[in-house]
Design a protein around this ligand. Structure first.
Ligand SMILES: [Zn+2]
Ligand SMILES: [Zn+2]
Length: 450
């Protein structure tokens, strides 16, 4: 087959998914789509007109590339351009979707598309990847990342570079969560070994908010129709992620959004937090009074309203970084270093967020029962045990129901036993540096007085 088409988009098309259908004949071995649009950049001081392309075969999603620099797609049983998944080319109705993330006001964006199929395979082929294995290590604290990108979407490094970064940080686990695609996971999981567990994910990069679908190794629908429109709601997407065994994490909710970063600021009023249970309060670097500080404030206000929420961190790393003392990682208490056990630990809130400090936060009740972060204490007498290490000259804040209850200088390492505030609903422990920037945060211990 051969098809050439062109069209134009205006500001009215922003945040629309525009389908272009085509018929692929039986026996096609290779498919090539060439797409270009103009203008991409208008002026240095303005954001770009931003488009991505999603591809669907008659059997389902074949990937997406959240990257406007190279929009050509080549696909066969043994090859796929970054962002897309190789496989049999089913005959029938295919669909290329123009995802118009951003078209600036006053702009006419024109695009050209040519599609052709071939009956023979070219020399393009990907290596065959086989999944690595991580040996069992038993129960313990495991440190890792839940949010990162590669060249399969808009990052400027390869899958192997991301894995190298994780190993340079001596992480126990790391996650690849490319925008709206899982095409990098086959290679990613081939680097799994005893020293590093790899977790699958994708970042549902909707037009009104981003969410990490943690633990998924398959594509899941990410497109939400505008409010009031037919079809999928964000709740539908979240339900699907959970049904597939993943965790739906609201990503960087207070990040700067449109027009600078399409959909980066959370805009789903019904899911504030609604049914959401996991929130990335530490995205990328924690510097000054960043959007992370606003996300933490939002998180605490929701805890005060009685929501049971789990806080997570994600580096959202896109390129090689020098040693960054403000990136947040997750330290999860899990029954083993497996994907299932890590996800289980996260669901239970058994994790703290940290750039280096090591924390312990335990309630020991009069009857001898011990509760950890994420747990709910139902007894009324006991002690709070705190311990910290690798905290340099940081300040520790014990936060009770959103207020600083007690503060002290860390002195690098130490421990403390405190009487419980029985009237409290929840408490967390924060570690902050001398500029007030967060360096660690426990998930809450909750108190139930029913
Ligand atoms: Zn994002
Ligand atoms: Zn991201």
């Amino acid at each position: 087959m051969e098809l050439k088409t062109s069209g134009s988009l205006s500001h009215l098309d922003k945040k629309r998914h525009i389908p272009i259908f085509f018929e692929l004949e039986a026996g096609a071995k290779e498919l090539e789509l060439q797409f270009s649009y103009s203008p991409v950049e208008i002026a240095a001081a303005l954001p770009i007109n931003e488009i991505s392309l999603s591809l669907f075969s008659p059997a389902g999603a074949r990937g997406a590339r959240h990257n406007n620099r190279d929009m050509n797609i080549r696909l066969s049983e043994v090859y796929a351009s970054p962002g897309y998944v190789p496989g049999v080319l089913e005959p029938g109705r295919w669909c290329l979707v123009i995802d118009a993330h951003r078209i600036l006001p006053g702009q006419v964006v024109t695009y050209d598309l040519s599609i052709c199929s071939r009956a023979n395979l070219s020399e393009f082929r990907l290596p065959e990847f086989s999944e690595g294995k991580t040996a069992s290590r038993g129960p313990g604290w495991y440190r890792g990342d839940f949010h990162a990108h590669t060249y399969h979407s808009d990052a400027r490094w390869e899958v192997s570079d991301l894995v190298h970064f994780a190993r340079s940080q001596t992480l126990d686990f790391t996650t690849l969560s490319d925008h709206n695609t899982v095409s990098g996971l086959a290679e990613f999981h081939s680097y799994r070994a005893d020293d590093l567990l790899t977790l699958g994910a994708l970042e549902l990069t909707t037009f009104y908010g981003h969410a990490v679908a943690l633990g998924l190794n398959q594509w899941t629908e990410w497109r939400v129709n505008p409010p009031g429109g037919p079809g999928h709601t964000l709740q539908d997407l979240a339900n699907r992620v959970e049904a597939l065994g993943g965790i739906f994490i609201m990503a960087h909710p207070m990040s700067e959004g449109d027009p600078w970063c399409s959909g980066c600021h959370w805009g789903y009023e019904q899911m504030m937090p609604g049914t959401i249970r996991h929130i990335e309060v530490w995205n990328s670097s924690w510097e000054g009074s960043s959007h992370n500080e606003a996300a933490l404030h939002l998180y605490y206000s929701w805890l005060n309203q009685g929501h049971r929420l789990v806080a997570t961190a994600g580096t959202d790393i896109h390129r090689p970084a020098k040693q960054d003392h403000s990136l947040g990682f997750n330290c999860v208490y899990a029954n083993d270093l497996t994907a299932e056990a890590i996800l289980q630990g996260v669901r239970q809130g058994h994790l703290y967020l940290t750039n280096g400090p090591e924390l312990e936060l335990l309630v020991e009740t009069a009857s001898g029962t011990t509760f950890m972060m994420g747990d709910t204490v139902t007894e009324t007498e006991g002690k709070l045990n705190l311990a910290w290490n690798n905290c340099q000259d940081f300040q520790l804040n014990l936060i009770v129901d959103g207020q600083v209850f007690q503060s002290w200088d860390s002195g690098g390492a130490g421990q403390e036993k405190l009487e419980l505030n029985f009237a409290a609903k929840w408490l967390t422990l924060e570690v902050r540096n001398n500029r007030g920037e967060l360096r660690a945060l426990t998930n809450p211990i909750f108190f139930s007085h029913d």
